[in-house]
Design a protein around this ligand. Structure first.
Ligand SMILES: Cc1ncc(COP(=O)(O)O)c(C=O)c1O
Length: 484
């Protein structure tokens, strides 16, 4: 029985609330975002009476769209902490930062050099802005089955081939914590007088520890977008867009953000962007030290006693990775990452951020303690023993997909009518939607691209292995453009 304004209300049907409560009451180990990990990373005094922080722009509380009071002050503190010249808080995640950066920096018809391991928000931003992408492929790691480092030489070749491109857009770290050499890329991009935008959605914490790869702003990126909610003790949808140097017209970026963000930004989200900055600025380095010690101890036990491989250790010689992103290759068990993810959830109440065919991906943040890693180790060790007689998963299911050809440019796709058809029969058709395993949300096919037999097979193998693919319906259908 509930009381509302003195009246009794019974039997409210609240499926979302019920599901959330059920999950939280089961006391899970959350190796997923948001980075505050069920509130553990946030001092209690900030979490009490959260509803009282849900406000509107009354006097004294400033206005996110035209800040000149407390929001301006908090944004300036964030700019200083992250090493930017200007920072804006975002209430619609990095997605709106990515859209804002592309719309603010590019005109319709402009070319932008984009690493293909980008998030789908980058494709959306280019559709909205009428930008022509010049895709560049990062390297590929066949053992983990993931995109890896973007080589500076690949970026340079693309600039040479497209001297009119306005800039370069790279994703770093990628979902697996792989960090391309941003210093070298930045120097190179600037030597050609181009703008560098870095999607650092997964790297808001990098700034706060010298033991992690450097953050993009320290490498002089012009624009850097960070999902605070992924790796800091911030709330979902909270993100930052940072601008550095004088190559970017900040006023244009602000103008665009006013167009694309809600006119009623959540004070809860923006106050936690401020709180996350304050916590990390004061204690970040020490907290990350503790986290890294816990991870090191976990990894040592995994290597001593089990057959798993850990991405950050394996890629040590090839370049830098974010060690807080614990990517565990589970091939040794003969099971897919999706299957191990299911076992961890159903038997041990451990929820990882995502799984793919070969790996499970754990997001760890300063809110995680030793106990979380001990429980993960215990579970993985038992699973390893259970499957010790199984032979290692072969490399057959997965391989690098080639860049598809673009039959219709991104800005024209919406002008076509479309139909749905079976994915299996769609070879040679032009996709209307973004087809992407989610997470990580890295597109396999973008709007206007031709679906090939290779990509059909790849998508089918992800679905058959238990993966979730956005853009393919439950009936295994896709949307394709008519008359192309
Ligand atoms: C690389 C990357 N960029 C951008 C985004 C979008 O971030 P948000 O969920 O904060 O909008 C994501 C989300 O997963 C991502 O992985």
């Amino acid at each position: 029985m509930l009381l509302l304004g003195g009246r009794t209300i019974n039997n409210l049907n609240t499926p979302i609330f019920n599901a959330l409560r059920k999950y939280v009451n089961s006391s899970p180990i959350p190796f997923h975002m948001p980075g505050h990990k069920l509130g553990k990373g946030i001092p209690d005094r900030f979490l009490n009476d959260l509803h009282l922080l849900d406000m509107t722009e009354i006097p004294g509380l400033d206005n996110l769209h035209f800040p000149d009071g407390v929001i301006k002050e908090a944004q300036e503190l964030a700019a200083k902490a992250f090493g930017a010249d200007y920072t804006s808080f975002l209430v619609n995640g990095s997605t709106c930062g990515v859209h804002g950066a592309i719309l603010g920096l590019c005109k319709p018809g402009d070319k932008l050099i984009v690493s293909r391991d980008c998030h789908k928000s980058v494709i959306g931003g280019m559709m909205l802005a009428g930008v022509t992408p010049i895709y560049i492929q990062p390297e590929y790691d066949s053992f983990f089955g993931v995109s890896s480092f973007m080589l500076p030489s690949t970026v340079e070749q693309a600039i040479k081939n497209n001297p009119e491109a306005v800039g370069v857009f790279v994703t770093r770290p990628n979902y697996y914590g792989i960090c391309s050499d941003i210093g070298a890329i930045s120097d190179l991009v600037h030597s050609y007088n181009k703008i560098l935008i870095v999607d650092e959605a997964h790297g808001a914490h990098l700034k706060f520890s010298p033991k992690l790869p450097c953050c993009a702003l320290d490498a002089q990126a012009d624009v850097c977008i960070q999902s605070a909610h992924k790796t800091l003790p911030a709330l979902t949808q909270g993100a930052y867009i940072h601008v550095k140097g004088n190559r970017v017209d900040v006023e244009k970026v602000k103008f665009v953000l006013r167009l694309i963000q809600t006119s009623s930004p959540s004070y809860i989200i923006i106050s936690f962007l401020d709180i996350a900055r304050a916590i990390m600025e004061q204690r970040g380095s020490e907290l990350i030290d503790g986290l890294l010690e816990g991870i090191q101890c976990f990894e040592s036990k995994i290597y001593e006693n089990t057959g798993y491989e850990i991405l950050s250790r394996q890629l040590l010689k090839s370049g830098e990775t974010d060690k807080t992103r614990v990517v565990i290759n589970v091939k040794n068990t003969g099971q897919t990452g999706f299957q191990i993810d299911n076992i961890l959830r159903s038997r041990y109440n451990i929820q990882v951020e995502m799984a793919d065919i070969f790996n499970i991906v754990c997001i760890s943040t300063v809110a995680d303690g030793i106990e979380e890693f001990e429980r993960l180790y215990f579970a993985l060790n038992e699973i390893d023993k259970q499957f010790k007689n199984y032979s290692r998963l072969p490399d057959i299911n997965i391989r690098e997909t080639r860049l598809p050809s673009q039959a219709v440019t991104l800005d024209k796709v919406m002008q076509y009518s479309y139909e749905t058809m079976k994915l299996a029969e769609s070879e040679g058709k032009v996709s209307r939607g973004i087809i992407t395993p989610y997470p990580p949300g890295v597109p396999v096919i973008c709007p206007g691209e031709v679906i090939t037999q290779d990509t059909i097979q790849y998508i089918m193998s992800v679905i058959e292995a238990g993966g979730n693919v956005n853009g393919v319906s439950g009936g295994l259908e896709v949307e394709v453009l008519k008359c192309v």
